[in-house]
Design a protein around this ligand. Structure first.
Ligand code: AHR
Length: 312
């Protein structure tokens, strides 16, 4: 587009003046809402005009948003893809229009020449970190695990399940006895946990919960309490994201571990875009963010306070 051309001609490294479309999944979790806040802040700081579209969890809305961004002739597109498959056609359209697309926080199954780069964590590794923690904590004890999966067909749900199962492989004392989607939401997490508790002797036959995100864990913690059991003690709780509320739960002894996912995916994405516009040198196809494990030993209330200033 004209702006990109101008930026290239003048060798500017700045994204100021660019128009960028952002197709966000929705606001299913505290983490997702923080990612939206941080993306808007990052755009503002850099003088980028951000066109924001909330897809309300629907891939068809994301595809529509992308087509509308292409029709508007935006300079670049950010997309957090709700599911892994079904993106080829619309990404080809963006490529034909010479609009670079950057994936945020989720991966897709598509030829990698259809996007500029993906800013994500190692989603399999996150599941492995959670699983390794549980294996270590449980030791030789027999442990029935229940799993709350993320949105069906989404890369984090697929990869976090895989990584967790890899960690448990060879540890026959740990067994996943129930696994169902809770759609990454608190409400669904609570609802599905209630059904797990009912099916497993009121929860007495459950030793641990693995939730693909903290929001579902927070919902499940509530369900465990309502069933008269102690989350974090009677049922161990391990999840992913590191949202402020899980640190509150941790400080109360109700959560045992979380794996951090930064909500700042836009910072590295805009950096890569600026560098690309300056040199026309394509960034690496994967810009990896960190996955740090937090446990109650990490001063959860201090982390809670720090997190509050980071988009939450
Ligand atoms: O893609 C990242 C995941 O999506 C987060 O872990 C979850 O909270 C969100 O909904």
């Amino acid at each position: 587009s004209a702006t990109i051309l101008a930026a290239c001609m003048f060798g500017s490294a700045s994204a100021a003046g660019l128009t960028v479309g952002f197709s966000q999944i929705g606001s299913e979790s505290g983490w997702r809402a923080a990612e939206t806040t941080v993306t808007k802040e990052q755009a503002k700081k850099r003088g980028i005009d951000l066109k924001f579209a909330d897809a309300q969890q629907k891939q068809e809305n994301q595809i529509k948003a992308l087509r509308s961004f292409i029709a508007q002739g935006v300079d670049a597109i950010l997309i957090a893809p709700v599911v892994e498959t079904g993106w080829d056609d619309v990404l080809k359209e963006a490529k034909e229009a010479k609009i670079p697309v950057i994936l945020l926080d989720r991966t897709i199954k598509a030829p990698d020449d259809l996007y500029l780069t993906a800013v994500t964590s190692d989603l399999v590794h996150e599941g492995k970190v959670a699983g390794d923690f549980l294996v270590k904590t449980v030791g030789d004890k027999k442990c029935n695990v229940v799993e709350l999966q993320g949105t069906t067909g989404s890369s984090p749900a697929i990869a976090r399940k895989k990584g967790f199962e890899e960690a448990l492989a060879g540890h026959d004392n740990l067994k996943i006895v129930r696994s169902q989607t809770g759609d990454f939401t608190r409400t669904k997490g609570k609802e599905v946990m209630e059904s797990f508790l009912k099916a497993e002797n009121g929860g007495k036959d459950i030793c641990a919960l693995y939730a693909h995100n903290d929001d579902m864990a927070v919902g499940a913690i509530q369900a465990i309490k309502e069933a008269g059991l102690k989350p974090g003690k009677d049922i161990l709780v391990v999840s992913i994201d590191a949202v402020p509320d899980i640190f509150k739960a941790m400080s109360e002894g109700e959560s045992n571990a979380t794996v951090e996912l930064t909500p700042n995916m836009a910072g590295p994405a805009f950096d890569a875009l600026e560098a690309y516009l300056k040199d026309k040198k394509a960034p690496a196809k994967w810009i990896q963010t960190e996955s740090k494990l937090y446990t109650p030993a990490d001063d959860p209330m201090k982390v809670y306070e720090e997190k509050k200033g980071q988009g939450y």
